[in-house]
Design a binder for this molecule. Structure first.
Ligand code: SF4
Length: 402
C-alpha cells in the first residue's frame, strides 16, 4: 500500500475502505529525525489518521494545510491553555451528558475519531485517564426523558459515526421514543476523514430514512475545514445523507495554517453551499492545551471572517463567528479602532441571551477571557453551575461591574 503521494486525488478517490495509521514511522515522507521529535508530541496527544486522508497531503509543500491539520507539531508541547478551556465539566450533569442550553443536550457517546485533528478542543477525551465519555447512554436517555425542555440532542464525542450502525440505530430509537426530542444532531468529521463510512453502509442510510422524518429531522453537523477536503467522495457522502433525509450544515474553527485565509474560507463556504451543506458556525479556537500552533488572534480571525463573508451568495455567508465560551456562545459582531462588540447568541444564564458586550480592542488576545471589558459591559462570571437549572444558586456577576 502506498500511503503517500504528491498527487493523491488520482490514487485515493476509489479507496472505499480506509486503513488506519497510528505510527508516525509509517509516514515515510517525513524525515526520520523529524519523526522522532514528533513522537514526543504524539505520546502526549495521540496521532491517528488514515491512508485516504494522508493521501490528500501535498508532501512537497511544508506548509500544506491538510498536513498542518493532521500531523503533530512540536509547538503542541508548549505550555499554553487548559485541557477543558470552556469548562465543559461545569455543565456535565452525568457521565457523558452535557446540558448547557435549556433545549439542547450533548451525549458524548464515543471517544474515538476517524483521525485526530491536532487543534481539537476535546483532546482530553483521547487521553488514558479521561472518563468523560460513555458508550452506555442509558443515564443520558433517562435525563433527557425527565427534561421536557430538551428538543435537541447532539451525539458527539469523539465521532458518533465511528460507532457501529447497530448501536447508532439503538440510540436513534431510544431518542425517537421520547416525544419532546425533535432534532437528533450527529457531530461528525467522517464525511471528511472517511466518506465511505456513509457511502458503503446501506443500513445506516436506511436508519437515516427511518429516523429523520418530515417533522423530526436528523441533522449532520459536518466538519470540513478546507476546500481540499471536498473530494468527489466527500461530496458524494454528503449527497447520500441529504438523499436519505438528513439535513447537513458545516461548522469548523479558524485554524492557523489551514483556513486562516479569507479566500480559502470563502471557497470552502461557497462549495459547501452548492453541496447543500451550508456553513453554520466559524469558531474562534478555544485556548486549549497543546493548541497554540493552531490558534489565530481574535481580531485577525474576525478580519479574515469579515472578508470571507463578503464573498459568495447569501447561502455561503451564513456562518456566525463565535466563541464557545464557558458562559455561552459569544458572537463577535464588530470590531472598530478601539472596541470589540460581542453578543450572547446562546447563554448559560438564559437572561443573558442577546446581551451586548463591549471590550477594549486588543490585537494580541485570543479569547474572551483575555479581553478587558468596558465598564459594566463584560461577560457573565458564574460559579460552577452543573446545569442551567442550577444557575440561580450560583453567584452571577458581570465582569467590569465589580
Ligand atoms: S473530529 Fe472533532 S472531536 Fe474528533 S479530533 Fe477532530 S475536532 Fe476533535
Amino acid at each position: 500500500m502506498k500511503l503517500i503521494s504528491s498527487n493523491p486525488f488520482e490514487i485515493h478517490e476509489d479507496i472505499k475502505r480506509v486503513r488506519y495509521v497510528r505510527d508516525l514511522d509509517q509516514l515515510e515522507n517525513i524525515p526520520p529525525a523529524e519523526r522522532e521529535k514528533l513522537k514526543k508530541v504524539s505520546q502526549r496527544y495521540l496521532f491517528r489518521a488514515n491512508d485516504y486522508y494522508l493521501g490528500l497531503i501535498n508532501w512537497d509543500d511544508p506548509n500544506d494545510p491538510i498536513r498542518q491539520l493532521i500531523i503533530p507539531h512540536e509547538e503542541e508541547l508548549s505550555d499554553w491553555g487548559e485541557l477543558d478551556a470552556s469548562n465543559e465539566a461545569g455543565v456535565t450533569v452525568a457521565q457523558g451528558v452535557q446540558h448547557k442550553y435549556s433545549d439542547t443536550v450533548l451525549l458524548l457517546c464515543n471517544e474515538v475519531c476517524g483521525a485526530y485533528c491536532r487543534y481539537c478542543f476535546r483532546k482530553r477525551l483521547f487521553m488514558d485517564d479521561n472518563d468523560e465519555v460513555t458508550n452506555d447512554v442509558s443515564e443520558g436517555i433517562q435525563y433527557i426523558r425527565n427534561h421536557p425542555e430538551v428538543t435537541n440532542v447532539l451525539l458527539t464525542g469523539g465521532d458518533p459515526l465511528l460507532m457501529s450502525t447497530r448501536r447508532l440505530v439503538e440510540i436513534f430509537q431510544l431518542l425517537r421514543d421520547i416525544p419532546h426530542v425533535r432534532i437528533i444532531r450527529i457531530g461528525s468529521k467522517m464525511p471528511a476523514f472517511d466518506p465511505w463510512r456513509i457511502l458503503k453502509d446501506e443500513r445506516l442510510l436506511e436508519a437515516f430514512r427511518t429516523f429523520s422524518t418530515p417533522e423530526k429531522r436528523i441533522y449532520l453537523m459536518a466538519h470540513f475545514d478546507h476546500p481540499r477536503e471536498l473530494t468527489e467522495s466527500a461530496v458524494a457522502g454528503i449527497d447520500a445523507c441529504i438523499r436519505n433525509g438528513v439535513i447537513c450544515v458545516n461548522q469548523c474553527p479558524i485554524i492557523k495554517g489551514v483556513n486562516d485565509d479569507s479566500e480559502v474560507l470563502a471557497e470552502l463556504w461557497e462549495r459547501l453551499s452548492w453541496m447543500g451543506c451550508p456553513p453554520y458556525y466559524l469558531f474562534q479556537g478555544r485556548p486549549t492545551a497543546g493548541n497554540k500552533a493552531y490558534e489565530v488572534p481574535l481580531v485577525h480571525a474576525w478580519q479574515i471572517y469579515q472578508e470571507a463573508i463578503s464573498r459568495g451568495s447569501g447561502l455561503a455567508r451564513r456562518a456566525k463567528f463565535a466563541m464557545s465560551h464557558a458562559t455561552g456562545k459569544v458572537e463577535v459582531l464588530a470590531i472598530d479602532e478601539k472596541h470589540i462588540h460581542c453578543r450572547y447568541h446562546r447563554a448559560l444564564n438564559p437572561d443573558d441571551c442577546g446581551r451586548i458586550m463591549v471590550y477594549h480592542r486588543d490585537d494580541d488576545a485570543y479569547w474572551l477571557d483575555h479581553l478587558r471589558p468596558v465598564d459594566g459591559m463584560g461577560a457573565t462570571r458564574f460559579g460552577s453551575a452543573a446545569s442551567t437549572a442550577d444557575l440561580a444558586e450560583n453567584e452571577i456577576e458581570v465582569l467590569g461591574q465589580v
